[in-house]
Design a protein around this ligand. Sequence first.
Ligand code: BGC
Length: 500
Amino acid sequence: MWLPKILVFSALVGVACCKQNFPPGFKFGAATAAYQVEGAWNVSDKSESIWDVFTHDHPEAIIDRSTGDVACDSYHQWQRDVEIASELGLHFYRFSIAWTRLLPNGFSNYVSEDGKEYYSNLIDALLEKGIEPVVTLYHFDLPQSLQNLGGWTNPLIANWFGEYARVAFSLYGDRVKTWLTINEPIVYCQVSYSTGIHAPGIVSPDFGSLMCSKNAVLAHAKAWRIYDEEFRQKYQGKVSLANLLFWFEPEDENEQEATDLVQQLWSGVYTHPIFSKDGGWPPELEKKLAEKSRQQGYTGSKLPPFTQEEKELVGGTYDFFGLNFYTARTARKAQAGEKVGPWPFIGAPDLDVVMSVRPDWKPQASQLFFSYPRALRLQLSWVKQQYGDIDIFILENGFVGYDADLNDQDRVNFYRDHLEQVLLSIKEDGVKVVGYTAWSMIDNYEWSDGYRSKFGLYAVDFADPQRARRPRASAQYYARVIKQHSLDVHDTNKLTDELY
Ligand code: BGC
């Protein structure tokens, strides 16, 4: 059939263009966290967090012996951060509140005026620019005063956290509509207590990590219920938690069972009790850990059980699924007598599972992170398959480099390849992905990796007292994607010449 050439052309362009478009209403943002950017560790009445104490007392635990004492100095440079969020055209900026800055005692009997004002100013400045504040209550920086009482291993932490959350909701709930209670309990419970490489530096792989896990789930639930009962009607906001999921796939077709188990130890611990219909721990994992505990001579399971009342408190405490996503691993069952590497990055000794990576997953600067973009799509489908057709908000995704180069083509490619998978997930798999967050907006303090690891869309000069921030190519790429609401942005190789 004859068609005017111009029609055929525009139809083809139309298809190409719209395939690359994000759905209307899809939100783009970028994230940071208090200890990683704020600095000002001892200004005013702020008290010490476990990271202040850990980095001061154990410089040897940090690759470059650095601390977050000054970090990006965002406590003083926050207006520049808001400007950056605006230059990028972000729909939202995700940051966290330092518990020790708002409640120096750890408890809610005393609220710091300075802390209160700092976050209030930040929130107002973002809103003035039309940028939504997305606020995390806990991103690894527990008040040391609470650590002295056992921290996350003390079941009372659920109440302490609930009280802290209530203060934050009442101060900022009129302006903050998206809240994350806790960030990545897998990291601050399992990575931390299994290895001691994170604050508080306590190694207790058998009990510490799993006690912390249970209390983290309860603390999240308490905070969600407080919002639901006392604030939801007035403020109409949404609350969830941010879970770090690694994608696991079987090393070969016989390893599905080992893979499912390790996925449940990694993710299921913090998702099954909250998002599944039945609630409680993932049943297969519960069985396996009970068996393992018996073999090790313990009288009960290392995984502390939930009471019926706790199960009900926790079940359904979400308004969306918050996903932090970086990388993947393969899994296989260990052979008889084979030594299984430490949990959580290379093995799961309790499950007798060995983890690895495939040769075609591209290593990034740090040995933790391998780029495998398709894994993001698979992970999104996994969440849908496990927990139903719920909104999924990607709250972190990013690329690590060790050099400070502004022309970060690897990072541009990483974002393009991962965003492509997000689009496929939405369009081909029908997953309800509602937003995407780049980690990180600016280079910052990468925990035990100090200032070596760089994740920023903007580079930060840590030798400069002003901590000057400069956009990388990836910032310019991301700004274009946001502006066009599409991946159909051209010529990403020349981006560094472009000024805002
Ligand atoms: C954490 C961030 C961290 C990032 C890169 C996430 O696990 O939430 O604090 O900087 O990953 O490692």
